[in-house]
Design a protein around this ligand. Structure first.
Ligand code: HEC
Length: 103
């Protein structure tokens, strides 16, 4: 089920990324909701940041974190509250987009 939703989303993101020459995908191409993540999970490296980097991480890992934050299974300071605002489809799309960003 998850894979049927995730793979087409991932494929289209990868296609888009390669169309743009493999460079950074512009924020305007991000799925709905992703811009609410990038304020904290910035695309550029910030030394000594307490916020973990998620750009370039495996989509399945991001999805799993988001589900566990949402259910409360994984402790967090802010992510539990944030994750509650997203349904599975939105999380899949956002995770695929972050996974396609340069590390
Ligand atoms: C207010 C700042 C903020 C926003 C906005 C935010 N995050 Fe986070 N995120 C954090 C912090 C801080 C952590 C560390 C866990 C905690 O304390 O909540 C984290 C952890 C994570 C992790 C776990 C990474 C790891 O390796 O531990 C993932 C995945 C993640 N966020 C995804 C997202 C996504 C997707 C969004 C947008 C829907 C988002 N975050 C929005 C601050 C934020």
């Amino acid at each position: 089920m998850t894979h049927r939703l995730l793979l087409p989303a991932l494929a289209s993101v990868l296609l888009l990324a390669s169309f743009l020459g493999g460079g950074p995908v512009r924020a305007a191409d991000a799925p709905p909701g992703a811009s609410s993540c990038t304020g904290c999970h910035a695309s550029q490296r910030i030394p000594d940041s307490v916020i973990p980097r998620i750009a370039g991480r495996k989509a399945s890992d991001i999805v799993q974190f988001m589900r566990e934050y949402r259910s409360g299974a994984w402790p967090s300071s802010v992510m539990g509250r944030i994750a509650k605002g997203f349904d599975d489809q939105q999380i899949d799309a956002i995770a695929a987009w972050f996974a396609a960003q340069p590390e």
